[in-house]
Design a binder for this molecule. Structure first.
Ligand SMILES: Cc1cc2nc3c(=O)[nH]c(=O)nc-3n(C[C@H](O)[C@H](O)[C@H](O)COP(=O)(O)OP(=O)(O)OC[C@H]3O[C@@H](n4cnc5c(N)ncnc54)[C@H](O)[C@@H]3O)c2cc1C
Length: 414
């Protein structure tokens, strides 16, 4: 028998976008519930331990990192920086990013949820959606082997994979080719305190091993998570040499390869690189990181041209200061930049589902092409679209005009 719950706003996914959406929606007196499949919050930030937040700062060669966003995203980043004891880093291209500690990210999510009195169901998944007159009326969720029927006024899909659209049998934006997956793990007992020197020594040894046919060619896809080398502990990110296809068994194959790769690389480094001679694996992130999922079509589709021409929109709700970043099954990341000291904007139409009037999307789930989402998926932008989608869902549920909430968001965030 179904338990029946009324929640004005239902948020699917408790990653960076979902937390921001929950904070935005709950600040205004409506009941908000977050449904999260994992047993903890944070999404890719904590499950895949990606290690740095991009998209928070201006794209600029000024060595000072200046925020490109205000409001909740800035507040979240400032807390994270303080708790992580980190500072923004930048590279010669003008990209700025914040290294963070995974525990700090998770704690901050937990604190927001507690402070705002937001109802969270962990280990819960969406089973079914019922529609009436082009609107979502109920969402069935499975939690502790029981069905819970949520009566809702608005839904925000922050699942990264258009879970709601699929449950409602709507078509979704699929790609011909998805970005490569990656696995993060940590080693401790490393004897080197300079991160770029460690990276160079490590790559030299791996390339020598590949040339000598001691290790497979894909062993060159080992990267240091920037800013992670501290007190002899370093986080390494491995590009998994299995294409992401979303076909049956694909995720299991990626995870199996990720485990094998972690073991193989760490063994090789211990045996062949002096700095790793006494190092051991101290931790493996619980999820292999899948970068891109299927998206829901909105009333606007963000394109590569919008990103690369730094396009601005009258209904903008987020600033995008990160370039298009494509990871394929080779070592080199492909970056496509817009002009330095510029940024594009994400319009509200990317967050409003075209086919269902009370469904909103945020994070890596927004309405965007393969190239555009390769920029808009970074967490600084997910936090912004999350907060905006939470406000838009509130406006729908409370009968506030769309123009008013967009004006409010622009003053608050941009
Ligand atoms: C390897 C890798 C490296 C990256 N590096 C960086 C980086 O350096 N900097 C940066 O800013 N970004 C980086 N990213 C991108 C960034 O981490 C993600 O795009 C971002 O975290 C997505 O946030 P989100 O909230 O949209 O989705 P997610 O973080 O994916 O959260 C979605 C949540 O929904 C939950 N969920 C999914 N399906 C269901 C369901 N059916 N029912 C209930 N819950 C569900 C999931 O468990 C998850 O918690 C990287 C991503 C990867 C994979």
């Amino acid at each position: 028998m179904n338990e029946i719950i009324h929640s004005d706003i239902l948020i699917v996914g408790g990653g960076s976008a979902g937390i921001a959406a929950a904070v935005a929606a709950s600040s205004r007196g409506l009941s908000v519930t977050v449904i999260e499949r994992n047993s903890f919050l944070g999404g890719k930030a904590t499950a895949a331990e990606v290690g740095t937040i991009c998209g928070l700062y201006e794209y600029s060669k000024n060595p000072e990192s200046s925020y490109i966003v205000k409001g909740f995203t800035k507040e979240f980043a400032e807390k994270l920086q303080e708790r992580s004891g980190s500072s923004p880093l930048n590279n010669k291209e003008g990209l700025h990013y914040l290294p963070y500690k995974v525990d700090a990210f998770r704690d901050i999510c937990d604190e927001y949820i507690k402070q705002r009195g937001i109802n969270v169901l962990l280990d819960a998944t969406v089973e079914n959606v019922s529609l009436k007159s082009g609107m979502i009326e109920t969402v069935t969720v499975i939690h502790n082997n029981e069905n819970i029927l949520f009566h809702v006024k608005a839904v925000v899909d922050c699942s990264g994979d258009s879970v709601i659209s699929k449950a409602a049998n709507m078509s979704v934006i699929k790609d011909m080719q998805y970005q490569a997956a990656a696995q993060v793990f940590s080693m401790e007992g490393v004897v080197e305190d300079n991160e770029s020197r460690l990276g160079m020594i490590m790559m030299k040894a791996l390339r020598a091993g590949i040339e000598a046919n001691e290790i497979p060619a894909y062993y060159d896809r080992v990267y240091i998570v920037q800013g992670s080398l501290q007190n002899g502990s370093v986080n390494l990110k491995l590009g998994i040499p299995v294409p992401v296809t979303y076909e049956k068994g694909n995720l299991e194959e990626i995870q199996r390869m990720a485990r094998e790769f972690v073991q193989g690389v760490s063994d090789y480094l211990v045996q062949h690189v002096a700095a790793y001679k006494n190092a051991v694996i101290s931790h493996i992130a619980s999820e292999a990181g899948i970068r891109i999922g299927e998206r829901t079509m909105g009333t606007y589709l963000l394109t590569e041209d919008d990103v690369l021409s730094s396009r601005k929109f009258p209904d903008a709700i987020a600033n995008g200061s990160w370039p298009i970043e494509i990871w394929e099954l080779d070592r080199r990341v492909k970056m496509h930049y817009f002009d330095l000291d510029n940024a594009y904007q994400v319009p509200a139409g990317c967050l409003q589902a075209a086919a269902i009037s009370n469904l909103y999307m945020a994070g890596r789930n927004i309405s965007a092409t393969r190239m555009a989402i390769a920029s808009a998926r970074v967490m600084g932008i997910c936090l912004q679209t999350g907060f905006a989608a939470g406000c838009m869902a509130f406006a729908k549920a409370a009968g506030v005009p769309r123009e008013d909430i967009i004006e409010y968001l622009q003053n608050l965030q941009l």
